[in-house]
Design a protein around this ligand. Structure first.
Ligand code: DMJ
Length: 546
């Protein structure tokens, strides 16, 4: 027989043991769980391994390596997000939020002002409501399976997209990479020929830009007057290397689809000029006069004004199924010269970076834009026939990816600045106030996406996730996503622009990084510089899975 006090003792004991068990759950290691018990349990149970290792094990590694902790995630509901599929859904929701707000407040305008909740346009689009955000979104909506939104976009394009009434001056480069690129990629994914017709009509309006003595196009076209000219800020009336050097993928594809060589003839002429011209030290300056065929100011850069020219040489080779050997030879010569003259390693932290050359002076600055080169070298290494070169360019890509990552984690927001510098006292940080902004650019995430696909190193997925969380935390407003004026403070000042490339590039690369490799596989598709995918050798049988 048990006495009454002994019964009370047993009951109390059971309660006490139960309490200890429940309380101990709260001390299990966990990130991003907020206060949700459900998530803590799920995280503890789902520790994965190998290639699909998620953030937890990696975070332990990075903690040991003394990488600063990411910014506080208060205010964002990350509960339930622990698997790649959850992260992919999270990015899809970001896309949908940006899209819904654009649709609500700025439908048909080029971009959205998320704070003012109205339409926005930049001078690159001329003047007119040409729906840049719709065209830049098309393929991303399709890839993400946002079917209703995709149908709305298609319908708007079919009924409204018409550049012939556009006033002012259109940027040939921006119109090409965003509009022609977006439409041709939509065709490639859906086989809907309406997109090819729309792309052809736009390309025809750009053709007057190529009426120059050299065939190097002007930067701007006035559609009404059918005249063309260059930016008034460009050195000595020159055309810009990254602009006239980033037309080939779209123009060749369009000629192939329309069976009209007029477009590919234009870009073939640009190639001829660039191939035959004398290159100082093997380098391509950013300014070339389309009237005289002579270089302007000797400014060389893999960031603004130079960047996608190099990218398109590599991708012209890849999209031709490696038959365009001339493009690869020009690419090899150009990047070898860049490496020889402009690649540096910082003194304190041995960070690898590409500097800029201005005349005889080296400026130890790298743009956010220049981080695209990580993806380019990674893609090259994957396709490089020579083993030693392949290894070399992968090493280069990984070291530069690390530098671009440092530019992100050395800020208060864990978002990188527009440009960062290397001096005796500071490395991979912006120094001038006017370089501290972030306008929703994709290049750093783009580089990590390629490296994830090519190396399978889970740290690149983690870096992408940290960037996505920071964008959510600091760039999201009630009315959509906005650029921010200073990445070095958490007292956020928004610039009130939701750039169209957040749809085309930033969200697409983030989504694909958390998708299977069979979603837009890199051996069958080549992304243009606005992340619009074209099939290798324009074949109709390139596959992609959602
Ligand atoms: C995009 O329009 C393209 O990636 C272009 O090549 C450079 N800049 C923007 C995004 O930053």
């Amino acid at each position: 027989m048990v006495r009454l006090w002994e019964r009370y003792f047993v009951v109390f004991g059971l309660f006490f043991i139960g309490f200890i068990c429940i309380a101990s759950i709260f001390f299990l290691p966990c990130i991003d769980c907020g206060n949700s018990t459900r998530v803590i349990i799920r995280t503890a149970l789902n520790r994965p391994s190998g290639r699909n290792l998620d953030g937890h094990a990696l975070r332990e590694k990075t903690d040991k390596a003394n990488i600063p902790a990411p910014p506080s995630r208060e205010g964002i509901n990350l509960s339930g997000i622990s698997e790649n599929a959850d992260r992919r859904d999270f990015i899809k929701k970001m896309m949908k939020f940006a899209w819904d707000n654009y649709k609500r407040y700025a439908w048909g305008a080029n971009e959205l002002k998320p704070i003012s909740k109205s339409g926005h346009s930049a001078s690159i689009f001329g003047s007119g409501d040409t729906g840049a955000s719709i065209i830049d979104s098309l393929d991303t909506l399709h890839i993400m399976g946002l079917n209703d939104e995709y149908e709305d976009a298609r319908q708007w394009i079919s009924l409204n997209l018409d550049f012939s009434a556009t006033k002012g001056e259109l940027s040939v480069f921006e119109t090409n990479i965003r509009f022609i690129g977006g439409l041709l990629a939509a065709f490639a994914l859906t086989n809907d020929t309406m997109y090819v017709e729309k792309a052809r009509a736009i390309a025809d309006l750009l053709l007057p830009a190529f009426d120059t003595p050299t065939g190097i196009p002007f930067a701007l076209v006035n559609v009404q007057r059918k005249t063309a000219n260059n930016w008034n800020w460009a050195n000595g009336g020159a055309s810009i290397l990254s602009e006239f050097g980033s037309l080939q993928l779209e123009f060749d594809y369009l000629s192939n689809l329309t069976q009209n060589p007029v477009y590919s003839d234009k870009v073939a002429r640009v190639r001829e000029v660039l191939q035959s011209i004398n290159k100082p030290d093997g380098l391509y300056p950013n300014y070339l006069n389309p009237r005289t065929g002579k270089w302007g100011q000797n400014h060389v850069s893999v960031g603004a004004l130079g960047d996608s020219f190099y990218e398109y040489l590599l991708k012209a080779w890849l999209i031709s199924d490696k038959r365009d050997v001339q493009a690869k030879e020009m690419y090899d010569a150009a990047t070898d010269a860049l490496e020889k003259k402009l690649l540096f390693k910082s003194e304190q932290n041995q960070l690898w970076y590409f500097a800029e050359k201005k005349g005889a002076r080296i400026e130890h600055k790298m743009d956010h834009l220049a981080c695209f080169i990580v993806g380019m070298f990674a893609l090259q290494s994957k396709n490089e026939p020579d083993y030693t070169r392949s290894k070399h360019f992968l090493e280069l890509a990984e070291n530069l990816a690390h530098t671009c990552h440092e530019s992100y984690i050395r800020t208060d927001t864990h978002i990188g600045p527009e440009s960062f510098r290397f001096t005796r006292d500071a490395e991979a940080v912006a120094i001038n106030d006017r370089e501290k902004y972030y306008i929703l650019r994709p290049e750093v995430i783009e580089g990590w996406f390629y490296l994830w696909r090519i190396t399978g190193d889970v740290k690149y997925r983690e870096w992408c996730w940290d960037a996505a969380v920071s964008i959510e935390r600091y760039c999201r407003t009630d009315g959509g996503y906005s650029g921010i004026r200073n990445v070095y403070t958490r007292s956020i000042s928004h610039d009130d622009v939701q750039q169209s490339f957040i749809f085309a590039e930033t969200f697409k690369y983030l989504y694909l990084v958390f998708s299977e490799d069979s979603a837009v596989p890199l051996d069958q598709w080549v992304f243009n510089t606005e992340a619009h995918p074209f099939p290798v050798r324009f074949s109709a049988n390139a596959s992609h899975q959602r």
